[in-house]
Write a protein of this length. Structure first.
Length: 181
């Protein structure tokens, strides 16, 4: 794995990466959102390393009518505020509410990466990395031409083909330690 620097963009999945993922359900409101204990500190370290930090998240619960889009906006605002209070930053959040898996913006498709690049034309996918906890995150990264890091938070025993993940780590803190030392 190459060592990123301030010319790189960090793409982060949300559920299972920044916050604890609900098993077989969605995060519907801010009251259900729980940061991983090391996430805020890790994102603060990433903010010093990366030019951009972007969240890309599938939000099928909104498309299914189970989560209100206004509640999703509150979650993202409060999450971003907490990250900024801890000394980190999120430059943008892109989410896909489509329920069809073949939607161009839904991971593993690269639509949210392309949206980010339209918003920030200086993003170079060969100098970008996605950190996610699902195979679809790794496929998203590959489809966009990014480096990939698999986070073992929700599937610790999953063995990924080497072609999908450049690296696998147990936590954002572990990754921050690798990249900052």
């Amino acid at each position: 794995m190459v060592k990123p620097d301030n010319n790189w963009t960090l793409f982060l999945d949300r559920d299972g990466v920044i916050n604890i993922e609900k098993e077989n359900d969605y995060i519907h409101t801010w009251d259900e959102f729980v940061f991983y204990h090391d996430a805020l500190d890790a994102i603060q370290k990433f903010a010093k390393l990366f030019r951009r930090i972007i969240i890309v998240t599938n939000q099928k619960g909104v498309g299914k009518g189970l989560t209100k889009e206004e509640d999703l906006a509150v979650i993202h605002q409060k999450m971003t505020n907490a990250i900024e209070t801890a000394g980190g930053r999120i430059d943008a959040i892109f989410y896909c509410t489509d329920i069809n898996d073949d939607s161009p913006c839904r991971k593993p498709n690269a639509g949210m990466a392309l949206q980010a690049q339209q918003h920030f034309p200086d993003i170079n996918f060969s100098h970008s990395v996605i950190v996610g906890n699902n195979i679809s995150d790794m496929e998203f990264g590959r489809n966009a031409g990014m480096h990939t890091v698999f986070l073992r938070t929700t599937q610790p025993g999953l063995v990924l083909p080497p072609a999908l993940a450049d690296m696998a780590v147990n936590s954002l803190a572990s990754l921050a330690e690798i990249w900052t030392h």
